[in-house]
Design a protein around this ligand. Structure first.
Ligand code: HEM
Ligand code: HEM
Ligand code: SF4
Ligand code: SF4
Length: 425
């Protein structure tokens, strides 16, 4: 496949940011079909429209997802991308790699595909961009047999779970996000590979409320680490912040003004106003702390999460289609996240939710929309969770309150004649 004339794409080789166009051209030396990727993209830039045909259904036997089929609508011009299927590989938790594994993967992908990748897809998968249908089974064979690596998810199923870096490199992780991510990925392989749901479903695991994997916004079930005892305060380190010996925010965001001002930068910014100084001693009324992470983020050397750690489960996040965007809504304020019991409490919540949603979810209805349709009270009832004030940001303002018949004395069966005895027409 020859080079194409690509004046618009060439513009994107200028400037300081790593250029995907330069990278593609370099890869094209080895994988000539990459010239056609650049070529077709140039045509799209010119026409201001995509040149991929609608849809595409390809895969490997045994699985109902994992590969996204795609065909060029100008295959005569760009035969190198006539087939351009995308293969999702389930990434290791937090995306730590060894070079020997990546080298093997690159060798395999240069043999079976374009050599072009996406590290990583938004959901988390390591994505191999561009191959032909006849390469899929051989690629899958070598991937599983030689690299012991599996596909990720696509379709109406559990998608590839992802997690923050967690205990591997962060002192705020309130549970082992990588262990949870890996355990749930392995436990629910069947649900990942063979679509059985009304629609897609995603898990994401963050170790604290900073939520570095953005679980709250982009997973149907988000497990976000927290603690329920007291913030651990090292008063000597607090003094080091006061004196300027410790840099606020780990030095990441310079202190506003000349000198760190604990009143301005921490105490006055605490959302619940539950912190104060007594001389140079920092006090926290933990009963009023919402565990927002602000004070810990500013003074990482002085403040640490409590020791009674676990996670909050929030459910229902989704993008706008159909009924509008949603963030996760708090369903379980606190559970233990224990690798020793294989995350038993989490599994219990997941399976109750799936039992209900798989039966009651409408076709292509995300969990968040199901909750909106049946109502949070109904969802909590099927989840066998007692409603508590923490389930709402504010109580309802409209009075359209449903009562269940058994809650109302006398029930719903009334005789109008009885009523008329007391109230003439
Ligand atoms: C002594 C005379 C009246 C009494 C004691 C009375 C009482 C009430 C009460 C207790 C409500 C319910 C308010 C609520 O749910 O918050 C109501 C609603 C209403 N009343 Fe009356 N009412 C009287 C006369 C009238 C008259 C003469 C009209 C119309 C000609 C009227 C039209 C309405 C309407 C349309 C509503 C519904 C308002 C809504 O749903 O927001 N009422 N009334
Ligand atoms: C074409 C004519 C009318 C239409 C389309 C109409 C429509 C409605 C609607 C949609 C509601 C609210 C129902 C609900 O929220 O569940 C309502 C409530 C009500 N309407 Fe009408 N209405 C009409 C005529 C009238 C007339 C002529 C009267 C009185 C003379 C009246 C008195 C009321 C009252 C009192 C309520 C409140 C009932 C309650 O709060 O339970 N409406 N109407
Ligand atoms: S979400 Fe919290 S625990 Fe996880 S990496 Fe970010 S700051 Fe650390
Ligand atoms: S974590 Fe947030 S709410 Fe709790 S004391 Fe610190 S700033 Fe206040």
């Amino acid at each position: 496949m020859p080079k194409h004339d690509t004046p618009l794409m060439d513009e994107l080789e200028k400037g300081p940011w790593p250029s995907f166009v330069s990278d593609l051209k370099r890869q094209a030396e080895k994988s000539p079909q990459c010239w056609d990727i650049v070529g077709q993209m140039e045509l799209s830039y010119k026409d201001r429209m995509t040149h991929w045909k609608h849809g595409g259904i390809v895969g490997v036997f045994g699985y109902g997802g994992g590969i996204v089929g795609r065909y060029s609508d100008v295959p005569d011009k760009f035969p190198g991308v006539a087939h351009f299927h995308t293969v999702r590989l389930n990434q290791p938790s937090s995306k730590f790699y060894r070079t020997d594994l990546l080298r093997k993967l690159c060798d395999l992908w240069e043999k079976r595909g374009s050599g072009m990748t996406n590290l990583h897809g938004s959901t988390g998968d390591l994505i191999l961009l561009g191959t032909k249908t006849e390469e899929l089974e051989p690629l899958f064979y070598e991937l599983t047999h030689d690299l012991e690596w599996d596909l990720g998810g696509s379709g109406s199923n559990l998608r590839t779970p992802a997690c923050c870096i967690g205990k591997a490199r962060c002192e705020w992780a309130c549970y082992d996000t990588q262990a949870a991510c890996y355990a749930m990925t392995m436990k629910y392989q069947d649900e990942i590979h063979r679509p059985a749901f009304p629609y897609k479903f995603k898990f994401k695991f963050s170790g604290c409320a900073n939520d570095c994997v953005a679980a709250l916004a982009r997973s149907d079930l988000s497990a976000i680490g927290t603690w329920r005892d007291n913030i651990r305060i090292d008063q000597a380190e607090v003094k080091n912040y006061l004196s300027g010996a410790n840099k606020a925010n780990g030095g990441g965001t310079p202190a506003k003004g000349d000198k760190f001002d604990i009143q301005k930068e921490v105490i006055d910014l605490c959302p619940t106003g539950c912190m104060w100084m007594e001389g140079d001693t920092l006090k926290i009324d933990d009963a009023e702390c919402t565990r927002c992470m602000h004070c810990l983020n500013v003074m990482p050397k002085a403040l640490r999460p409590g020791l009674d750690q676990g996670a909050s489960l929030l459910m229902g996040a989704k993008a706008p289609i159909l009924d509008g965007a949603q963030l996760g809504t708090l369903i379980v304020p606190f559970i233990k996240m224990d690798p020793e019991n294989e995350f038993e409490e989490l599994v219990d919540v997941i399976e109750k939710c799936w039992d209900y949603w798989m039966e009651n979810g409408k076709n292509r209805e995300r969990l968040g929309e199901t909750i909106q349709r049946v109502g949070l009270p109904t969802f909590l009832r099927v989840m066998e969770i007692e409603p508590i004030p923490q389930h709402v940001r504010e109580p309802r303002s409209n009075p359209y309150v449903f009562w269940r018949e058994e809650e109302v004395e006398g029930g719903w069966q009334r005789d109008i004649k009885e009523f008329r005895k007391k109230h003439a027409q």
